[in-house]
Design a protein around this ligand. Structure first.
Ligand SMILES: [Zn+2]
Length: 251
């Protein structure tokens, strides 16, 4: 497929212009004008770029690309190494950050719900984002220990659990990645549990004082699935080769 067609399609699908983000969405580094092999991954780190070169990738599609707000505005050191490899191989780097968290079909939030068998009932907002998180319910009541085990088995990473006092969990809110502070909005929904990727020191106190079960299931672990599903969709639609490469990350 033509790279320009792929980019136009992604923009129509993900509507990134309508979401205020910390990083540029869409094409971040331009490469070949034709894409036959697409590699997807969570973060555009050097290991992923090396693996993509090995697969003879024409494009890499990630959730965490480059040029985040607050990043040094120079291309030196680690960033230079990454970019130099992409330029040398003429590989396109395409990144979608928040549009790929919130999307109702390909977003990380709905993908996590599918993995953990949660029925999505709606979204909640935080900051400038209307669909920052989701809420819903499990098909049956779970003990906190059962939910911890379920997250561990499905995401292949043991979660951090800070307990509320409820013995059973049925209703839940979640937002993937570093959305630990959304626990406040989640508790206002009156749900039994809140699941996200990361935790901060303060999150422990918030969970205890708001009396809500808190699970930090891993930033990487909660954000594998959106980009992977989107890559598979592009492969089906445009008849290209696609591979999701999981660079292990315990955080
Ligand atoms: Zn993230």
């Amino acid at each position: 497929m033509k790279t320009s067609d792929c980019l136009n399609y992604l923009e129509t699908l993900l509507k990134s212009k309508s979401i205020k983000d910390y990083a540029p969405n869409g094409l971040q580094i331009s490469g070949k004008s034709e894409i036959k092999t697409l590699i997807t991954g969570v973060t555009a780190n050097e290991a992923l770029i090396d693996a993509a070169i090995n697969e003879k990738a024409d494009a890499i599609l990630v959730h965490h690309g480059f040029f985040f707000k607050g990043e040094e505005a120079v291309i030196t050191g680690m960033k230079r190494n990454r970019i130099a490899k992409l330029l040398a191989q003429d590989i396109n780097l395409i990144a979608y950050h928040l549009p790929l968290d919130f999307h109702p079909v390909f977003g990380n939030n709905v993908a996590l719900a599918a993995i953990l068998d949660i029925e999505v009932e709606g979204t909640f907002s935080s900051g400038p984002w209307q669909q920052a998180g989701c809420f819903g319910s499990f098909k049956k009541d779970l003990t906190p220990e059962e939910l911890e085990k379920c997250i561990h088995q499905k995401l292949l990473r043991r979660p951090l659990h800070i307990g509320g006092s409820q013995k059973r969990i049925r209703t839940v809110a979640w937002a993937t990645g570093a959305a630990q502070d959304y626990i406040v909005e989640a508790s206002r929904l009156g749900v039994d549990a809140y699941i996200t990727g990361e935790a901060s020191e303060r999150t422990c106190h918030y969970a205890r004082e708001l009396n809500i079960h808190f699970f930090s299931a891993g930033h990487h672990a909660t954000e594998r699935y959106g980009v992977k599903n989107l890559g598979s969709h592009l492969a089906d639609k445009f008849k290209i080769k696609h591979k999701f490469i999981d660079i292990e990350n315990p955080i």
